[in-house]
Design a protein around this ligand. Sequence first.
Ligand code: SAH
Length: 225
Amino acid sequence: MAKVAHSLLERVKGQLLAELGQDVRDERVLAAVASVPREKFVPDELRAFAYENRPLPIGHGQTISQPLIVAMMTEALELKSDEKVLELGTGSGYQAAILAELAGQVITVERILPLAERAAAVLGELGYENVRVCVCGDVLGWPEEAPYDGIVVTAGAPQVPPALLEQLAPGGRLVVPVGARDVQELLLVTKGPLGLTTKRLGPCRFVPLVGPGAWSSADLGFAEG
Ligand code: SAH
């Protein structure tokens, strides 16, 4: 029974990879999606949907992002295997695992402790030794380990957070959804020799980034548990 379910998942995963391949050209990113078991990062009862190209709830009002968005954000970072990358919004830990396949070192930060704990446990079980899961401090990101060659924000911000630009290395890339609470535009900001350049990657929809320089929980008025 478990075996049948597994082969079904593998078949849907193949379809997902074919679908992603229409928009994502970087073979390294597609190989990372192929090797990370997304079913381990979703709640047990949603396992059957793990390879559908859509976000899924992971508890505490949060979601694991849509695979296409994860792949697009990762592709935009253009990570090299010796680079250090920061993720804001660990959530399930899935995006962190994809980053860990491509970068030398991954620091991922989460503000909801039980999500951080669960993600760290799954990443540990899967043997990712180059990922460190941190629980948010008083500033956005994780300045202790800065600068980063890449920063990816997997929650929507009202503006490009200045604190994250400060944590970006020269030549570094920041991928961040910016806009209103319910819909944002995905931006790629590059710190080049002549200053910052911004490229628009298209519309997207993320849960809010909460914290200093982003949304406050009072603004949002949402309950989390
Ligand atoms: N990348 C995740 C999806 C994240 S959903 C995955 O692959 O599953 C967005 C996450 O951002 C939520 O878990 C939310 O709690 C977290 N978050 C919101 N504001 C944050 C902040 N300021 N710092 C770190 N994490 C934050």
